[in-house]
Design a protein around this ligand. Structure first.
Ligand SMILES: Cc1cc2nc3c(=O)[nH]c(=O)nc-3n(C[C@H](O)[C@H](O)[C@H](O)COP(=O)(O)OP(=O)(O)OC[C@H]3O[C@@H](n4cnc5c(N)ncnc54)[C@H](O)[C@@H]3O)c2cc1C
Length: 399
């Protein structure tokens, strides 16, 4: 497959690099204070023309491809060296907006998409619950019909962008239907009566914007806020292939930033009368890091290229790239930290923050064992790979 970038993609990549580099100097302070001036970041990304990248032009989006998204987000991360810079792209073209695109009703799409793709109101995703993370099909947040409306009750946690987003795409269980068959998704709007959005615990990495809690107490939503009703778990999960692609771009960009920092350090630092870069063990380490990055980039581009004819990237390629990225990115950032010697452990160098950001995301969007389960279900037809104990409802295969 030919992954040579077109002139348009090269221009996009340059714009994304500039957007990232302009904010790099502020990353350390945003991490230390655990406070990102998020609306300023959104306006910065908007000014560089990078919102709603892959969303349809009819709703105000840019109609670009998953490959364009990957290239852009990787460049933003590598040059800003900070995770939160990617959030406005994620919230205007990631799984939240993609789920709304999949809404059963045109009324739902018309109500939310114009705001979503232009960033007027942005969308976080709320799947995880305090008692059910990997075991998503056991979730207990409920949606019950009351006349023409629906009433929501439950709690979601680890919602990235809680308190800074205005819309939340929430996985719920309809009418107490058991297992994956009861699951669908709704849009919860900030400010609806009964909605509480809180910051949640402090994180070791990916700091500055909360990964917080969304509590729903008798929240009444109109029918047009239903994205998909029960029985749509498998379909909805295809939107999360865009999340996995985003995770790949994150791992590529941040591990690339770690490589850049390590290379610069070992070129400048002298030991035994020579730059560190001239010791074989050191340049071999750089070569291994570079090679792993190259392999990850090829896997990620292969996944992005599987999104054809308006479909999202395919589950198998995207999940494999996300699984590989979660492993090699943290290995690369750890090696880069080690190559800084004792300085790598200080807050004077960017590498410790880059490493913390990468480690913080290893389980986000699916932990490695759960991704392996999903891949096994796709590559081993006929083999039972269910993790459930006997008698429990079966998990839906994610196609
Ligand atoms: C930085 C960050 C951002 C996040 N953002 C969001 C967000 O925006 N929205 C959202 O909904 N969620 C979000 N999450 C939550 C994330 O999706 C969950 O943390 C993840 O799915 C794991 O769920 P859990 O934390 O409940 O762990 P658990 O499911 O309790 O898993 C704990 C451990 O057990 C292992 N395990 C579980 N099941 C199996 C199995 N069948 N076989 C082998 N091992 C298993 C896991 O791999 C893990 O190591 C975020 C998490 C992080 C860290």
């Amino acid at each position: 497959m030919d992954f040579t970038l077109s002139a348009q993609q090269l221009e996009l990549q340059e714009r994304a690099k500039a957007a990232g580099a302009a904010l790099r100097g502020r990353s350390a302070e945003w991490d230390r204070s655990n406070k990102v001036p998020y609306s300023e970041v959104v306006e910065h990304v908007r000014a560089h023309g990078l919102l709603g990248l892959t969303m349809p032009t009819e709703y105000g989006g840019q109609g670009l491809t998953a490959m364009d998204y990957l290239i852009t987000v990787e460049a933003m991360f590598r040059n800003s060296q900070f995770w939160a810079i990617g959030e406005p792209l994620f919230a205007t073209a990631g799984p939240g907006p993609c789920m709304v695109m999949m809404a059963e009703s045109q009324t739902t799409r018309d109500k939310f998409l114009p705001d979503l793709v232009t960033g007027a109101r942005q969308c976080a995703i709320a799947l995880t619950e305090p008692d059910f993370g990997s075991d998503l099909t056991s979730l207990v947040t409920t949606a019950e019909r009351r006349g023409d409306d629906w009433v929501l009750n439950g709690k979601k946690n680890f919602v990235t962008g809680a308190t800074v987003n205005q819309l939340y795409a929430v996985f719920v269980r309809f009418d107490d239907i058991a297992g994956h068959r009861g699951i669908g998704a709704v849009i919860v709007e900030e400010g609806m009566p009964g909605v509480t959005i809180e910051a949640g615990p402090e994180f070791l990495g990916c700091r500055g914007i909360p990964h917080g809690d969304l509590t729903l107490e008798n929240v009444v939503i109109p029918v047009e806020n239903i994205i998909r009703g029960p029985g749509s778990f498998g379909d909805l999960m295809t939107a999360f292939n865009m999340e996995r692609l985003h995770n790949c771009a994150f791992n590529l960009g941040m591990a690339g930033a770690a490589y850049d920092e390590a290379e610069r350090f070992v070129r400048e630092r002298v030991a035994f009368g020579r730059p560190l870069a001239e010791f074989q063990a050191v340049y071999h380490a750089l070569v291994d890091m570079w090679t792993d990055l190259e392999a990850l980039r090829l896997m990620a581009r292969n996944a992005a290229a599987s999104a054809i004819d308006g479909n999202y990237p395919r589950a198998l390629e995207t999940t494999a790239a996300k699984l590989y990225g979660a492993r090699v990115a943290s290995q690369i950032t750890l090696k880069a930290l080690e190559l800084h010697g004792g300085y790598g452990a200080t807050t004077n160098y960017a590498i410790e923050r880059i490493h913390r950001d990468v480690v913080a995301t290893i389980v986000a969007g699916g932990s490695p064992p759960v991704l392996r389960n999903a891949i096994a279900a796709l590559i081993l037809p006929g083999v039972s790979v269910s993790q459930r104990s006997a008698g429990a409802p079966q998990m839906a295969p994610v196609s």
